[in-house]
Design a protein around this ligand. Structure first.
Ligand code: NDP
Length: 508
Protein backbone atom coordinates (compact mmCIF):
# COMPACT_ATOMS: atom_id res chain seq x y z
CA UNK A 1 0.00 0.00 0.00
CA UNK A 2 1.67 3.24 -1.13
CA UNK A 3 1.26 6.51 0.78
CA UNK A 4 -1.57 8.45 -0.78
CA UNK A 5 -1.89 12.24 -0.70
CA UNK A 6 -5.06 11.90 1.40
CA UNK A 7 -3.17 9.97 4.06
CA UNK A 8 -0.33 12.47 3.99
CA UNK A 9 -2.58 15.46 4.54
CA UNK A 10 -4.26 13.61 7.33
CA UNK A 11 -0.93 13.04 9.03
CA UNK A 12 0.06 16.70 8.80
CA UNK A 13 -3.30 17.93 10.05
CA UNK A 14 -2.20 18.29 13.68
CA UNK A 15 0.94 20.27 12.88
CA UNK A 16 0.46 24.05 13.18
CA UNK A 17 0.99 25.60 9.74
CA UNK A 18 1.06 28.96 8.01
CA UNK A 19 1.01 29.43 4.25
CA UNK A 20 1.44 25.67 3.82
CA UNK A 21 4.58 25.45 5.98
CA UNK A 22 4.78 23.55 9.29
CA UNK A 23 5.89 25.93 12.02
CA UNK A 24 8.66 25.63 14.59
CA UNK A 25 8.06 26.12 18.31
CA UNK A 26 9.95 29.16 19.56
CA UNK A 27 9.28 31.59 22.40
CA UNK A 28 6.01 29.99 23.38
CA UNK A 29 4.43 30.04 19.92
CA UNK A 30 4.40 28.15 16.64
CA UNK A 31 6.15 30.42 14.23
CA UNK A 32 7.63 30.87 10.76
CA UNK A 33 11.33 31.61 10.35
CA UNK A 34 12.19 35.28 10.87
CA UNK A 35 13.12 35.61 7.19
CA UNK A 36 10.14 33.51 6.04
CA UNK A 37 12.41 30.76 4.73
CA UNK A 38 11.06 27.26 4.21
CA UNK A 39 12.38 23.82 3.25
CA UNK A 40 10.74 20.96 1.37
CA UNK A 41 10.93 17.53 2.99
CA UNK A 42 11.31 14.63 0.60
CA UNK A 43 9.73 11.25 1.27
CA UNK A 44 12.68 8.82 0.98
CA UNK A 45 10.38 6.07 -0.29
CA UNK A 46 9.14 7.88 -3.39
CA UNK A 47 10.97 11.18 -3.88
CA UNK A 48 7.77 13.19 -3.42
CA UNK A 49 7.49 16.28 -1.25
CA UNK A 50 6.02 15.06 2.02
CA UNK A 51 5.80 18.45 3.76
CA UNK A 52 7.13 21.99 3.78
CA UNK A 53 8.59 23.28 7.04
CA UNK A 54 9.92 26.57 8.37
CA UNK A 55 13.69 26.85 7.90
CA UNK A 56 15.06 28.83 10.85
CA UNK A 57 18.16 31.02 10.72
CA UNK A 58 20.57 32.37 13.33
CA UNK A 59 18.08 35.03 14.54
CA UNK A 60 15.51 32.34 15.31
CA UNK A 61 17.81 30.18 17.38
CA UNK A 62 19.13 33.30 19.11
CA UNK A 63 15.55 34.22 20.08
CA UNK A 64 14.97 30.68 21.35
CA UNK A 65 18.17 30.76 23.42
CA UNK A 66 17.26 34.12 25.00
CA UNK A 67 13.81 32.81 25.84
CA UNK A 68 15.32 29.69 27.36
CA UNK A 69 17.80 31.74 29.39
CA UNK A 70 14.98 33.86 30.80
CA UNK A 71 12.88 30.74 31.54
CA UNK A 72 15.72 29.12 33.44
CA UNK A 73 16.98 32.19 35.29
CA UNK A 74 13.66 33.85 36.17
CA UNK A 75 10.77 31.56 35.18
CA UNK A 76 8.60 29.31 37.34
CA UNK A 77 10.40 26.14 36.23
CA UNK A 78 13.26 26.63 38.69
CA UNK A 79 10.88 26.40 41.63
CA UNK A 80 8.68 23.66 40.17
CA UNK A 81 8.98 20.68 42.53
CA UNK A 82 10.30 17.40 41.17
CA UNK A 83 6.88 15.82 41.68
CA UNK A 84 5.28 18.44 39.40
CA UNK A 85 7.96 17.94 36.76
CA UNK A 86 7.34 14.20 37.00
CA UNK A 87 3.58 14.65 36.56
CA UNK A 88 4.12 16.67 33.37
CA UNK A 89 6.46 14.00 32.00
CA UNK A 90 4.00 11.21 32.83
CA UNK A 91 1.23 13.18 31.09
CA UNK A 92 3.44 13.66 28.04
CA UNK A 93 4.12 9.91 27.92
CA UNK A 94 0.37 9.25 28.03
CA UNK A 95 -0.20 11.76 25.22
CA UNK A 96 2.38 9.98 23.08
CA UNK A 97 0.58 6.69 23.69
CA UNK A 98 -2.75 8.33 22.87
CA UNK A 99 -1.38 9.42 19.47
CA UNK A 100 0.59 6.23 18.87
CA UNK A 101 -0.77 5.46 15.40
CA UNK A 102 -0.52 9.03 14.16
CA UNK A 103 3.05 9.49 15.45
CA UNK A 104 4.33 6.22 14.01
CA UNK A 105 2.82 6.95 10.56
CA UNK A 106 4.14 10.52 10.62
CA UNK A 107 7.61 9.13 11.37
CA UNK A 108 7.31 6.65 8.50
CA UNK A 109 6.20 9.42 6.14
CA UNK A 110 9.20 11.54 7.10
CA UNK A 111 11.96 9.00 7.70
CA UNK A 112 10.78 6.10 5.51
CA UNK A 113 11.36 3.30 8.01
CA UNK A 114 8.75 0.53 8.19
CA UNK A 115 5.72 1.10 10.39
CA UNK A 116 6.64 -1.87 12.59
CA UNK A 117 9.88 -0.03 13.45
CA UNK A 118 8.26 3.36 14.00
CA UNK A 119 5.61 1.76 16.22
CA UNK A 120 8.41 0.33 18.31
CA UNK A 121 10.12 3.74 18.45
CA UNK A 122 6.96 5.56 19.58
CA UNK A 123 6.37 3.12 22.44
CA UNK A 124 10.01 3.39 23.44
CA UNK A 125 9.83 7.21 23.38
CA UNK A 126 6.77 7.22 25.67
CA UNK A 127 8.51 4.84 28.05
CA UNK A 128 11.62 7.01 28.08
CA UNK A 129 9.54 9.95 29.35
CA UNK A 130 7.95 7.59 31.89
CA UNK A 131 11.32 6.31 33.13
CA UNK A 132 12.66 9.82 33.73
CA UNK A 133 9.35 10.96 35.26
CA UNK A 134 9.90 8.24 37.85
CA UNK A 135 13.54 9.12 38.34
CA UNK A 136 12.84 12.83 38.95
CA UNK A 137 11.55 12.17 42.47
CA UNK A 138 14.11 9.55 43.50
CA UNK A 139 17.05 10.27 45.83
CA UNK A 140 20.00 11.86 44.02
CA UNK A 141 22.38 13.06 46.73
CA UNK A 142 25.09 11.65 48.97
CA UNK A 143 26.27 12.45 52.48
CA UNK A 144 29.86 12.14 53.67
CA UNK A 145 31.43 11.34 57.02
CA UNK A 146 34.24 13.93 57.01
CA UNK A 147 36.98 14.42 59.67
CA UNK A 148 35.47 17.62 61.07
CA UNK A 149 32.29 18.83 62.76
CA UNK A 150 30.60 19.31 59.41
CA UNK A 151 27.45 18.03 57.82
CA UNK A 152 28.77 17.50 54.30
CA UNK A 153 26.55 16.42 51.44
CA UNK A 154 25.97 16.87 47.74
CA UNK A 155 22.89 17.84 45.83
CA UNK A 156 22.36 17.58 42.11
CA UNK A 157 21.12 20.71 40.35
CA UNK A 158 20.12 21.37 36.75
CA UNK A 159 22.88 22.63 34.45
CA UNK A 160 20.68 25.31 32.88
CA UNK A 161 20.00 25.94 29.20
CA UNK A 162 20.62 22.77 27.19
CA UNK A 163 21.09 22.81 23.42
CA UNK A 164 20.18 19.42 21.97
CA UNK A 165 20.97 18.40 18.40
CA UNK A 166 19.53 15.16 17.09
CA UNK A 167 19.85 13.13 13.88
CA UNK A 168 17.40 11.69 11.38
CA UNK A 169 17.62 7.95 12.07
CA UNK A 170 15.34 7.85 15.17
CA UNK A 171 13.77 11.32 15.15
CA UNK A 172 11.13 10.99 17.89
CA UNK A 173 13.10 8.57 20.03
CA UNK A 174 16.21 10.76 20.00
CA UNK A 175 14.05 13.75 21.02
CA UNK A 176 12.82 11.67 23.98
CA UNK A 177 16.35 10.56 24.93
CA UNK A 178 17.42 14.20 25.05
CA UNK A 179 14.37 15.95 26.52
CA UNK A 180 13.26 13.43 29.16
CA UNK A 181 16.37 13.37 31.40
CA UNK A 182 17.02 17.09 30.93
CA UNK A 183 13.48 18.06 31.98
CA UNK A 184 13.35 15.55 34.83
CA UNK A 185 16.49 17.20 36.24
CA UNK A 186 14.96 20.71 35.90
CA UNK A 187 16.78 22.07 32.84
CA UNK A 188 15.28 24.00 29.95
CA UNK A 189 15.83 22.77 26.39
CA UNK A 190 16.31 24.12 22.90
CA UNK A 191 16.10 21.08 20.64
CA UNK A 192 17.14 21.06 17.00
CA UNK A 193 15.93 18.08 14.97
CA UNK A 194 17.65 17.11 11.74
CA UNK A 195 16.43 19.33 8.92
CA UNK A 196 15.51 16.09 7.11
CA UNK A 197 13.16 14.74 9.79
CA UNK A 198 11.56 17.38 12.01
CA UNK A 199 7.90 16.30 11.79
CA UNK A 200 7.49 14.11 14.88
CA UNK A 201 9.44 16.60 17.03
CA UNK A 202 7.00 19.31 15.89
CA UNK A 203 4.04 17.11 16.78
CA UNK A 204 5.71 16.45 20.14
CA UNK A 205 5.87 20.23 20.65
CA UNK A 206 2.07 20.43 20.34
CA UNK A 207 1.74 17.73 23.00
CA UNK A 208 4.26 19.51 25.24
CA UNK A 209 2.14 22.65 24.97
CA UNK A 210 -1.04 20.68 25.62
CA UNK A 211 0.17 19.10 28.87
CA UNK A 212 1.18 22.54 30.16
CA UNK A 213 4.96 22.87 30.45
CA UNK A 214 5.75 26.52 31.33
CA UNK A 215 6.74 28.86 28.48
CA UNK A 216 10.15 28.24 26.93
CA UNK A 217 11.00 25.18 28.98
CA UNK A 218 11.04 23.32 25.66
CA UNK A 219 11.55 24.90 22.24
CA UNK A 220 11.94 23.12 18.92
CA UNK A 221 13.97 25.20 16.50
CA UNK A 222 14.38 24.22 12.85
CA UNK A 223 17.10 25.00 10.35
CA UNK A 224 20.35 23.74 8.90
CA UNK A 225 22.91 22.14 11.20
CA UNK A 226 25.83 24.37 10.21
CA UNK A 227 23.68 27.48 10.91
CA UNK A 228 21.21 26.77 13.71
CA UNK A 229 23.06 23.82 15.27
CA UNK A 230 26.39 25.59 15.10
CA UNK A 231 25.00 28.66 16.88
CA UNK A 232 23.50 26.50 19.64
CA UNK A 233 26.92 24.95 20.15
CA UNK A 234 28.67 28.34 20.12
CA UNK A 235 26.31 30.52 22.17
CA UNK A 236 27.63 31.62 25.55
CA UNK A 237 24.04 31.66 26.85
CA UNK A 238 23.86 27.87 26.46
CA UNK A 239 25.28 25.82 29.35
CA UNK A 240 25.32 22.36 27.82
CA UNK A 241 25.24 20.85 24.36
CA UNK A 242 24.10 17.27 23.77
CA UNK A 243 24.56 15.80 20.32
CA UNK A 244 23.84 12.56 18.51
CA UNK A 245 25.16 12.18 14.98
CA UNK A 246 28.28 11.67 12.93
CA UNK A 247 31.78 11.76 14.42
CA UNK A 248 32.90 14.55 12.08
CA UNK A 249 30.02 16.82 13.14
CA UNK A 250 30.61 15.83 16.77
CA UNK A 251 34.16 17.14 16.49
CA UNK A 252 32.92 20.45 15.02
CA UNK A 253 30.38 20.82 17.83
CA UNK A 254 32.97 20.11 20.50
CA UNK A 255 35.22 22.82 19.07
CA UNK A 256 32.30 25.28 18.87
CA UNK A 257 31.47 24.59 22.52
CA UNK A 258 34.88 25.66 23.82
CA UNK A 259 34.06 29.41 23.88
CA UNK A 260 32.25 29.22 27.21
CA UNK A 261 33.49 25.71 28.06
CA UNK A 262 29.96 24.34 28.03
CA UNK A 263 29.32 20.78 29.13
CA UNK A 264 29.33 18.42 26.15
CA UNK A 265 27.90 14.95 25.62
CA UNK A 266 28.41 13.31 22.25
CA UNK A 267 26.86 10.10 20.98
CA UNK A 268 28.63 9.41 17.72
CA UNK A 269 29.24 6.69 15.19
CA UNK A 270 30.53 3.16 15.27
CA UNK A 271 31.81 0.19 13.30
CA UNK A 272 30.67 -2.37 15.78
CA UNK A 273 31.87 -5.99 15.86
CA UNK A 274 29.54 -8.95 16.04
CA UNK A 275 31.79 -11.88 17.02
CA UNK A 276 30.49 -15.40 16.35
CA UNK A 277 32.31 -18.45 17.72
CA UNK A 278 31.87 -21.90 16.15
CA UNK A 279 30.03 -23.17 19.24
CA UNK A 280 27.31 -20.49 19.02
CA UNK A 281 23.65 -21.38 18.62
CA UNK A 282 23.62 -21.29 14.83
CA UNK A 283 20.12 -20.03 14.09
CA UNK A 284 20.32 -17.34 16.79
CA UNK A 285 23.67 -16.12 15.48
CA UNK A 286 22.34 -15.94 11.90
CA UNK A 287 19.23 -14.12 13.01
CA UNK A 288 21.08 -11.44 14.96
CA UNK A 289 23.74 -11.04 12.28
CA UNK A 290 20.89 -9.94 10.01
CA UNK A 291 19.10 -7.86 12.63
CA UNK A 292 22.36 -6.23 13.72
CA UNK A 293 23.05 -4.71 10.32
CA UNK A 294 19.78 -4.56 8.38
CA UNK A 295 17.44 -3.12 11.05
CA UNK A 296 16.62 0.46 10.02
CA UNK A 297 18.56 -0.25 6.79
CA UNK A 298 21.81 -0.14 8.75
CA UNK A 299 21.28 3.51 9.67
CA UNK A 300 21.97 2.83 13.32
CA UNK A 301 24.95 4.10 15.29
CA UNK A 302 25.32 0.74 17.06
CA UNK A 303 24.81 -1.39 13.92
CA UNK A 304 26.69 -4.70 13.91
CA UNK A 305 28.42 -3.78 10.69
CA UNK A 306 31.37 -6.19 11.08
CA UNK A 307 30.53 -9.88 11.32
CA UNK A 308 33.64 -11.52 12.79
CA UNK A 309 33.30 -15.30 12.41
CA UNK A 310 35.44 -18.22 13.60
CA UNK A 311 37.10 -19.72 10.54
CA UNK A 312 35.61 -23.21 10.93
CA UNK A 313 32.06 -21.78 10.92
CA UNK A 314 32.60 -19.14 8.24
CA UNK A 315 31.30 -20.88 5.12
CA UNK A 316 28.20 -22.35 6.72
CA UNK A 317 27.25 -19.18 8.59
CA UNK A 318 27.91 -16.77 5.76
CA UNK A 319 26.00 -18.93 3.27
CA UNK A 320 22.94 -18.84 5.54
CA UNK A 321 23.23 -15.12 6.26
CA UNK A 322 23.43 -14.41 2.51
CA UNK A 323 20.47 -16.68 1.76
CA UNK A 324 18.34 -14.88 4.32
CA UNK A 325 19.59 -11.40 3.38
CA UNK A 326 18.39 -12.03 -0.18
CA UNK A 327 14.91 -12.76 1.21
CA UNK A 328 14.59 -9.46 3.09
CA UNK A 329 11.61 -7.59 1.70
CA UNK A 330 12.77 -4.09 0.80
CA UNK A 331 10.14 -1.43 0.11
CA UNK A 332 7.87 1.40 1.20
CA UNK A 333 7.61 1.59 4.98
CA UNK A 334 3.81 1.90 4.72
CA UNK A 335 3.58 -1.52 3.05
CA UNK A 336 2.91 -4.02 5.86
CA UNK A 337 5.07 -6.59 4.04
CA UNK A 338 8.14 -4.36 4.10
CA UNK A 339 11.00 -5.52 6.32
CA UNK A 340 13.61 -2.93 5.32
CA UNK A 341 12.88 0.64 4.22
CA UNK A 342 14.78 3.25 2.22
CA UNK A 343 17.92 5.25 2.92
CA UNK A 344 17.13 8.67 4.35
CA UNK A 345 18.12 10.79 1.32
CA UNK A 346 19.42 10.46 -2.21
CA UNK A 347 22.70 12.03 -1.08
CA UNK A 348 23.13 9.46 1.68
CA UNK A 349 22.17 6.64 -0.69
CA UNK A 350 24.94 7.80 -3.02
CA UNK A 351 27.38 7.84 -0.09
CA UNK A 352 26.46 4.24 0.78
CA UNK A 353 26.80 3.26 -2.88
CA UNK A 354 30.21 4.90 -3.08
CA UNK A 355 31.33 2.55 -0.28
CA UNK A 356 30.01 -0.43 -2.26
CA UNK A 357 32.11 0.70 -5.23
CA UNK A 358 35.08 1.24 -2.92
CA UNK A 359 34.74 -2.26 -1.45
CA UNK A 360 34.95 -3.76 -4.93
CA UNK A 361 37.96 -1.59 -5.77
CA UNK A 362 39.67 -2.62 -2.55
CA UNK A 363 39.35 -6.26 -3.62
CA UNK A 364 36.63 -7.54 -1.25
CA UNK A 365 34.09 -10.00 -2.67
CA UNK A 366 30.59 -8.58 -3.13
CA UNK A 367 28.69 -11.68 -2.02
CA UNK A 368 25.20 -10.22 -1.92
CA UNK A 369 23.29 -7.06 -2.90
CA UNK A 370 25.17 -3.88 -3.73
CA UNK A 371 22.53 -2.49 -6.06
CA UNK A 372 19.29 -0.56 -5.90
CA UNK A 373 15.80 -1.99 -5.59
CA UNK A 374 14.53 -2.95 -9.05
CA UNK A 375 11.42 -1.40 -10.58
CA UNK A 376 9.57 1.88 -10.29
CA UNK A 377 9.81 2.05 -6.50
CA UNK A 378 13.57 1.64 -6.75
CA UNK A 379 13.81 4.46 -9.28
CA UNK A 380 11.80 6.92 -7.20
CA UNK A 381 12.94 6.00 -3.71
CA UNK A 382 16.38 5.65 -2.12
CA UNK A 383 16.61 1.89 -1.72
CA UNK A 384 19.87 -0.04 -1.32
CA UNK A 385 19.57 -3.82 -1.22
CA UNK A 386 21.05 -5.75 1.74
CA UNK A 387 24.75 -5.96 0.92
CA UNK A 388 27.46 -8.31 2.18
CA UNK A 389 31.22 -8.24 1.52
CA UNK A 390 33.40 -11.29 2.22
CA UNK A 391 37.15 -11.79 1.77
CA UNK A 392 37.92 -8.51 3.46
CA UNK A 393 41.17 -7.29 5.01
CA UNK A 394 41.31 -5.36 8.26
CA UNK A 395 42.96 -2.34 6.63
CA UNK A 396 40.21 -1.86 4.02
CA UNK A 397 38.23 1.36 4.35
CA UNK A 398 34.94 -0.59 4.17
CA UNK A 399 36.12 -2.44 7.29
CA UNK A 400 37.32 0.65 9.14
CA UNK A 401 34.81 3.39 8.25
CA UNK A 402 31.18 3.85 9.23
CA UNK A 403 28.99 3.36 6.14
CA UNK A 404 25.65 3.88 7.92
CA UNK A 405 23.72 1.75 5.47
CA UNK A 406 22.78 -1.91 4.88
CA UNK A 407 26.35 -3.05 4.23
CA UNK A 408 27.90 -5.90 6.22
CA UNK A 409 31.58 -6.80 6.06
CA UNK A 410 32.68 -10.28 7.11
CA UNK A 411 36.01 -10.97 8.81
CA UNK A 412 37.38 -14.30 10.10
CA UNK A 413 39.47 -15.35 13.08
CA UNK A 414 41.34 -18.46 14.21
CA UNK A 415 41.26 -18.03 17.99
CA UNK A 416 39.90 -15.92 20.80
CA UNK A 417 42.88 -13.55 20.86
CA UNK A 418 42.52 -12.80 17.17
CA UNK A 419 38.77 -12.29 17.54
CA UNK A 420 39.32 -9.62 20.19
CA UNK A 421 42.15 -7.98 18.28
CA UNK A 422 39.95 -7.64 15.20
CA UNK A 423 36.92 -6.52 17.22
CA UNK A 424 38.86 -3.64 18.78
CA UNK A 425 40.69 -2.66 15.61
CA UNK A 426 38.86 0.56 14.65
CA UNK A 427 38.83 4.11 16.00
CA UNK A 428 35.30 3.47 17.28
CA UNK A 429 34.03 1.81 20.44
CA UNK A 430 30.28 2.13 20.57
CA UNK A 431 28.88 -1.41 20.68
CA UNK A 432 29.67 -5.08 20.14
CA UNK A 433 28.38 -8.60 20.65
CA UNK A 434 29.72 -12.09 21.24
CA UNK A 435 27.87 -15.28 20.28
CA UNK A 436 28.97 -18.48 22.02
CA UNK A 437 27.50 -21.17 24.27
CA UNK A 438 30.65 -21.14 26.42
CA UNK A 439 29.67 -18.83 29.29
CA UNK A 440 33.22 -18.21 30.52
CA UNK A 441 34.44 -17.39 27.01
CA UNK A 442 31.49 -15.04 26.53
CA UNK A 443 32.34 -13.10 29.67
CA UNK A 444 36.08 -13.07 28.95
CA UNK A 445 35.52 -11.67 25.48
CA UNK A 446 32.93 -9.08 26.45
CA UNK A 447 35.23 -7.70 29.14
CA UNK A 448 37.96 -7.26 26.53
CA UNK A 449 35.77 -5.36 24.06
CA UNK A 450 36.57 -1.64 24.13
CA UNK A 451 32.96 -0.61 23.71
CA UNK A 452 30.24 1.02 25.81
CA UNK A 453 27.26 -1.15 24.84
CA UNK A 454 27.68 -4.91 24.59
CA UNK A 455 25.57 -8.01 24.23
CA UNK A 456 26.04 -11.75 24.69
CA UNK A 457 23.98 -13.95 22.35
CA UNK A 458 21.81 -11.06 21.16
CA UNK A 459 22.23 -7.81 19.25
CA UNK A 460 20.61 -4.37 19.56
CA UNK A 461 18.25 -4.53 22.55
CA UNK A 462 18.34 -1.07 24.12
CA UNK A 463 16.82 -0.20 27.44
CA UNK A 464 15.86 3.19 28.84
CA UNK A 465 17.17 1.93 32.18
CA UNK A 466 20.77 1.21 31.06
CA UNK A 467 23.53 3.63 29.99
CA UNK A 468 24.15 4.27 26.29
CA UNK A 469 27.36 5.69 24.84
CA UNK A 470 30.77 4.90 23.46
CA UNK A 471 34.46 4.42 24.13
CA UNK A 472 37.16 5.98 21.92
CA UNK A 473 35.85 8.11 19.02
CA UNK A 474 32.27 6.94 19.53
CA UNK A 475 31.57 9.72 21.94
CA UNK A 476 31.77 11.37 25.31
CA UNK A 477 29.44 10.71 28.24
CA UNK A 478 26.41 8.47 28.53
CA UNK A 479 22.71 8.83 27.86
CA UNK A 480 19.83 6.86 29.40
CA UNK A 481 19.53 5.32 32.84
CA UNK A 482 20.71 7.21 35.89
CA UNK A 483 23.89 8.07 33.93
CA UNK A 484 21.77 10.03 31.45
CA UNK A 485 20.09 11.91 34.28
CA UNK A 486 23.44 12.70 35.92
CA UNK A 487 24.75 14.12 32.65
CA UNK A 488 22.11 16.86 32.91
CA UNK A 489 23.09 17.86 36.45
CA UNK A 490 25.77 19.81 38.25
CA UNK A 491 26.99 18.38 41.55
CA UNK A 492 27.08 20.83 44.43
CA UNK A 493 28.98 20.15 47.64
CA UNK A 494 27.38 21.71 50.74
CA UNK A 495 29.21 21.93 54.07
CA UNK A 496 27.31 22.93 57.19
CA UNK A 497 29.53 23.83 60.13
CA UNK A 498 28.21 22.05 63.22
CA UNK A 499 30.51 23.91 65.61
CA UNK A 500 29.93 27.61 64.99
CA UNK A 501 33.00 29.23 66.59
CA UNK A 502 35.86 31.24 64.99
CA UNK A 503 38.58 29.09 63.42
CA UNK A 504 41.40 31.02 65.13
CA UNK A 505 43.71 30.52 62.11
CA UNK A 506 45.01 34.12 62.22
CA UNK A 507 46.03 35.94 65.37
CA UNK A 508 43.72 38.73 66.68
P1 NDP B 1 25.25 14.86 11.10
O1 NDP B 1 26.00 14.34 12.25
O2 NDP B 1 25.87 15.94 10.31
O3 NDP B 1 23.80 15.37 11.59
C1 NDP B 1 23.24 15.15 12.87
C2 NDP B 1 22.67 16.45 13.41
O4 NDP B 1 23.70 17.43 13.51
C3 NDP B 1 21.60 17.06 12.52
O5 NDP B 1 20.60 17.66 13.33
C4 NDP B 1 22.36 18.10 11.77
O6 NDP B 1 21.54 19.13 11.30
C5 NDP B 1 23.30 18.62 12.84
N1 NDP B 1 24.48 19.32 12.34
C6 NDP B 1 25.12 19.18 11.16
N2 NDP B 1 26.19 20.01 11.09
C7 NDP B 1 26.21 20.70 12.25
C8 NDP B 1 27.06 21.72 12.79
N3 NDP B 1 28.12 22.19 12.13
N4 NDP B 1 26.79 22.20 14.02
C9 NDP B 1 25.76 21.75 14.72
N5 NDP B 1 24.91 20.80 14.27
C10 NDP B 1 25.13 20.27 13.05
O7 NDP B 1 24.85 13.65 10.21
P2 NDP B 1 24.62 13.54 8.64
O8 NDP B 1 23.18 13.53 8.41
O9 NDP B 1 25.39 14.54 7.86
O10 NDP B 1 25.27 12.12 8.40
C11 NDP B 1 26.67 11.99 8.25
C12 NDP B 1 27.15 10.71 8.88
O11 NDP B 1 26.98 10.77 10.28
C13 NDP B 1 26.35 9.48 8.48
O12 NDP B 1 26.79 8.98 7.26
C14 NDP B 1 26.62 8.57 9.62
O13 NDP B 1 27.84 7.94 9.42
C15 NDP B 1 26.70 9.49 10.81
N6 NDP B 1 25.46 9.57 11.61
C16 NDP B 1 25.46 8.98 12.81
C17 NDP B 1 24.32 8.99 13.57
C18 NDP B 1 24.29 8.32 14.90
O14 NDP B 1 23.20 7.97 15.38
N7 NDP B 1 25.40 8.14 15.56
C19 NDP B 1 23.08 9.61 13.12
C20 NDP B 1 23.21 10.28 11.84
C21 NDP B 1 24.37 10.23 11.13
P3 NDP B 1 20.86 19.07 9.84
O15 NDP B 1 20.55 17.66 9.52
O16 NDP B 1 19.65 19.86 10.09
O17 NDP B 1 21.84 19.70 8.92
Amino acid sequence: MATTIAQKEDLLRNLPQSGGACLMYVDGAFTLASDGGTRKLINPANGEVSAVVAEGVKEDVERAIRGAREAFDNGPWGSTPALERAKLLFKLADKIDEHFTELSRLETLNNGKPVRETEYDVTDAANCFRYYAGLATKPHGQTFDVPAPSQTFVVREPIGVCGQIIPWNYPLLMAAWKLAPALAAGNVCVLKPSELTPLTALRLATLIEEVGFPKNVVQIVLGAGPVVGQHLAESHLVDKIAFTGGTKTGRTIMQAATGNLKKVTLELGGKSPNVVFADADFDTAVDYALFGIFANAGQVCSAGSRLIVEESLHDKLVAKVIERARNIRVGDGFDPNTEMGPIISRAHQEKVESYVALGKQEGATLACGGGRLAGELGEKGNFVMPTIFTNTRRDMRIVQEEIFGPVLVVQTFKDEAEAIALANDTVYGLAGAVFTTDIAKAHRCIRKLRAGITWINTYHPTYNEAPWGGYKQSGIGRELGTYGYDSYTEVKQINVNLDVVPSGWFSE
